[in-house]
Structure formats: C-alpha cells, structure tokens
Design a binder for this molecule. Structure first.
Ligand code: FDA
Length: 305
C-alpha cells in the first residue's frame, strides 16, 4: 500500500515542483541528479573527470509511451554525445541507455534503429554506449538487441544482474574478447521464480559472476558500492592476472563520492553513473520504492562518505 502511494506521488508533477524547489529536499535530489539539462550533465562530468574519474551519463526522461517520445530520447542522446565531445569529455565519458526509453515496449525494430543511431553518434564522438538492464521480462530482448548492435558497434556494453538465476550463464555467453560487461546486483523487485531473494544468495551469485567475467576474455565492469564485493573483485583481478586497466569499478553519482576518488587515486578506473534530466524526482522516488535495499542505499549515502 505504502509502495503504491509512493509510486503514485512520483508521477505527480505538482509534488515534484514542491520537492525540487524546496532548499532542503532540492539539495538532496541534486546530490544524485545534477540538473535537468545537457549543460548540467556536461558541468558535472567535467567536475568528475577533473578528479580523475570516468563517467557514464544517463538521460532520465518521462516513461516512454509513444514512438514520438522514443525518437525525442534518441535525439537527446545524440545532442548529449555532441556536447560531451565538444567539451572534450570523450572518451572519459560514455553514455548509458535504457532501451525502454527508446521504445522497447512499443516496437522492437524501431528500438534497434534508435539505439543504432545513438551508437553511431557515440562512435562519432569517440566513445561508446552501455545498455542498462531493466526488469527480467526485458532481459532476452535487451540481449538480442545488444547482439545486433555489437555487429556494427562491438564496444557496446551489456549489463547483467547478479540476483537473476540466469545470470551466470549470461556471463559465460558475454565474456568473449572485446565484450564490455557491467555486473550489478539488480535494482528491480523480481519474483523468486527468476531471482535470488536473500542478500547472501545475491552476493554469492555476484562473486560467481565476478569469477566468470575475470577468467574470461572480456572487460568486466563491477558496479557496486559494497566494500566486500569491491575487495573480492580487486582480489580476483589480481588472481587472474588483470592489471588495473583491464577491468573497472563503477558507482552511482552522489553515493560514496570520497571512496570513488580514493579508488581512482589508487589507480583503478572508477566510472560514475551520472543521471541527469527532467525526471529527477520520479527517478529517485521510483528507485526508493522499488526495493527496500534501494531505500537503504540512498539513506546511507546521506550520512556516509
Ligand atoms: P548494496 O545496496 O547491496 O549495499 C551493500 C553494502 O555496500 C552495504 O551493506 C554497505 O556496506 C555498502 N554501501 C552501500 N551503499 C553505501 C553508501 N551509500 N555508503 C556507504 N556504504 C554503502 N541495476 C539494474 O538493475 N540495472 C542496471 O542497469 C544498473 N546499473 C547500475 C550502474 C551502476 C554504475 C551502479 C553502481 C548500479 C547500477 N544498478 C543497476 C543498481 C544495482 O543493481 C544496485 O541496485 C545498487 O548498486 C545497490 O547495490 P550495491 O551492490 O551497490 O550495494
């Protein structure tokens, strides 16, 4: 019931204005989302790269319910990539794209064309794209579209979610030479039939996937704020003879920023996932309402460094 109320609130433009315009709650939102416009993303990317970090920029739009909206999102990414390139922030900055935002629930063929246009703009800007992974009903379609994109844009990155029972097998499939794979725990509320439910099971799956990706020939990208899993990832990289430029660590903008800089200072490639856009409030609230663990992540990041 509470979750339904929170999700309903996240779709209220009036409530969003009240929250974002308030000095206190507005500051909290801006800690995770620097602003609504491409200029805000460019400014924040410049600050991050100036501290030795790399970046993946994500456009937060409204839910895409028409093909016109999907085209507008595609155009936004093309403009974003041009702006990042003009500001000489590529290749340190790449972009992350949710296929649902470019039409996945409406028309797969059009989605592929939109994603292809974004990959082409990324290539022109001297950088690349990673396809975010959404709920489990989209996994097969996302991996199929990834396979098509990789024929022309081989550096396009995949995301796999350790909480899904299928993910070890996906890691084996995706660990070929040249393949960039982001491993995260997973952020959606998923049923037991497809996903591990306990923290311990998810963590154990994450470690098994780290082993597969580090042993493989691809480029692993470990997206977690979890100090234990980061230490295990660093240890596994050493075990498999990978130097610091043969894998990377990733965290969300605003979460453990001091630790992000420390890891970069220690010589690791640390990539910050930077969301910007008009849907900042909806993004935060939906992420919080999705799973109790997400609520803990944001709450901790307000008090911890
Ligand atoms: P989790 O939240 O489980 O916390 C584990 C431990 O980490 C805590 O016990 C604590 O020790 C430490 N910790 C966590 N937050 C902290 C804080 N703020 N301060 C101090 N310590 C803290 N999901 C998805 O489904 N699809 C996707 O495409 C992506 N993409 C993505 C990209 C990037 C770069 C990141 C970092 C994450 C994603 N995710 C994602 C989200 C991911 O699946 C997951 O929901 C969150 O990262 C939370 O899980 P963690 O592994 O970070 O730790």
């Amino acid at each position: 019931m509470l979750r339904k109320l929170i999700l309903a609130a996240s779709r209220s433009p009036r409530l969003e204005r009240v929250i974002v315009d308030s000095p206190v709650s507005g500051d909290v939102v801006r800690r995770y989302v620097p602003g609504p416009a491409i200029d805000d993303a460019v400014r924040a990317t410049r600050d991050l790269t100036g501290s030795g970090l790399t970046v993946t920029v994500d456009n937060l739009g409204e839910d895409t319910t028409t093909l016109e909206q999907a085209t507008a999102v595609r155009d936004e990414y093309v403009a974003l990539l041009r702006a990042l390139s003009a500001a000489e922030l590529t290749p340190a900055a790449e972009v992350s794209v949710k296929l649902s935002a470019v039409g996945q629930r409406l028309d797969e063929k059009q989605t592929l064309e939109n994603a292809r246009a974004i990959c082409a703009a990324a290539t022109e800007a001297g950088t690349t794209v990673t396809l975010d992974m959404e709920d489990h009903t989209t996994t097969d379609s996302t991996l199929e579209i990834l396979g098509e994109l990789r024929k022309d844009f081989p550096t396009t990155g995949a995301v796999v979610q350790a909480y899904l029972r299928r993910t070890e097998a996906d890691c084996r499939e995706l660990s070929a030479a040249g393949s960039r794979v982001r491993l995260c725990k997973g952020a959606y509320a998923e049923p037991e039939s497809v996903a591990y439910q306990s923290r311990l099971e998810v963590d154990k799956s994450f470690v098994r996937c780290v082993n597969i990706l580090m042993a493989g020939d691809g480029y692993p990208m470990l997206a977690t704020h979890d100090p234990r899993l980061i230490a295990i990832g660093q240890d596994r990289a050493r075990w498999f003879g990978r130097s610091a430029d043969q894998f990377e660590l990733q965290m969300l903008y605003g979460v453990r920023p001091a630790e992000q800089r420390r890891l970069a200072h220690d010589g690791y490639t640390m990539r910050v996932y930077l969301p910007y856009g008009t849907e900042s409030f909806g993004y935060l609230v939906r992420r919080l309402a999705e799973r109790p663990a997400n609520m803990a992540l944001f709450a901790r990041s307000l008090v911890a460094r």
